[in-house]
Every structure is written in C-alpha cells, then in structure tokens.
Design a protein around this ligand. Structure first.
Ligand SMILES: [Zn+2]
Length: 212
C-alpha cells in the first residue's frame, strides 16, 4: 500500500530539480536539462596532483555553483542515483583508464550508516557501467583509529598515511581509486599508500570534483 501511494504521488506531483528547484520533466535524469548542460560546460581540472598516485584525474571544479550544489545534494539529500549518473558522465568525459579495477574510497561506518550509501561507491559503479571494469572494495577503514591528538607530531604524518587497510594482497594489480571530492588530496594519497604497500603495480586516483 505504501509503495502504491508512493507511485501515485510520483505520478501526480511535478518533479523538481534538486539543484535549481525548477520544474523538470518527469522521469528525466536526476537533475534538469539546464543543470546537466551547465555541468557539461565544466572542463577537466588541470594541475592537481596527488603525490603517491601514478596519475590524477579530476573532472569538475567547485568554482561552479552548480557543481557545489550537486555535491551537496548527493551527500545531504541522499541522492544515490545522481551519484551513479555522475559517475557515468565522468566516465564518458575522461579517457578509459588502463587498470584492472576501480576502488572506491570507503566511508566511515558512522557516515555510511546515517547516509545509507557511500557516494564514492555509487560514482565508481556508474563509471564501471561505462568502462566495463569491476568495482573492488579493497580499502577498509578500521573502526577505531588512534586519536590524532594523542600522537606525537612526528607520528602524525605516518598515522595519516596509515589510516586505511587493504585486507587482501593485490600483487601486480593496476588500480584506480575513486572519490567524490578531492580537497587537499590527503585521503586519496592515504588510499594510494595502502594499495602500494599491499603490492599494487600501479595506482592512479580520480575524483569527480576538486575543491570544497
Ligand atoms: Zn536544475
């Protein structure tokens, strides 16, 4: 009954674009055509590199208001479908990487519990559907890391690199780590470090957007 009511509501109520709040065509993509168009005007971000990555690819920049709005609604309005669609879009806009698998950056268990999904994983699935590459959950985030404040300064840098774990050997594999946003690049760097120390032969990183 609940599902029937939901379907009826969806059929009767106009659909609103979550980014610009304008009406959008029913059953169109997750956002309206105008917002899609604006996203497509964004150019690939140049000159941003992550130290431990063989290659760094970033598509969108937070300089664009529509990109800011997009990344915000994915996280806070729980729009998993939009994250998946953006992953597909990303894959259409950049060259297919020469890797064996896509590896999403994990979310802390607490955030994943409250958000209900990991946006990096949804983006990786979207890209995977275009590139025909598998998604592998190779990076885990231990529940209880050492509190940064209690560590001596000399150990903090190492601790920041060691914040993730790879529970299986990835000997000789070529891997692409994917995230929604890169700010300083430290998260992607720590993920790359984990895969290198677990035996990967190539680790590149990609983020949908750069900035914050
Ligand atoms: Zn819109």
């Amino acid at each position: 009954m609940y599902q029937l009511t939901q379907s009826l509501m969806a059929a009767l109520l106009p659909e609103i674009c979550p980014l610009c709040k304008q009406l959008k065509q029913q059953h169109a993509e997750s956002i309206c055509h105008a917002c899609w168009h604006e996203l497509h005007l964004s150019r690939q971000v140049e000159g941003f590199t992550v130290n431990l990555a063989s290659e760094t690819t970033v598509w969108l920049s937070y300089d664009s208001e529509v990109v800011k709005a997009c990344m915000h609604v994915i996280k806070f309005n729980h729009l998993e479908q939009l994250a998946f669609t953006l992953g597909r879009c990303f894959a259409h806009n950049v060259n297919k990487p020469a890797v064996d698998a896509l590896v999403p950056v994990p979310l802390s268990w607490r955030r994943q519990y409250f958000r209900g999904f990991n946006q990096a994983e949804a983006i990786a699935r979207g890209a995977s559907s275009v590139w025909d590459l598998p998604v592998k959950h190779l990076i885990h985030r231990p529940k209880h890391g050492k509190a940064q404040a209690k560590l001596a300064m000399t150990h903090r840098l190492q601790s920041s690199l060691d914040r993730y774990q790879c529970p299986e050997a990835v000997d000789g594999q070529r891997l692409l780590v994917m995230d929604d946003t890169a700010t300083s690049g430290s998260t992607l760097n720590a993920c790359a470090h984990t895969l290198w120390t677990s035996g990967a032969s190539w680790v590149s990183v990609a983020a949908l957007a750069h900035g914050a």
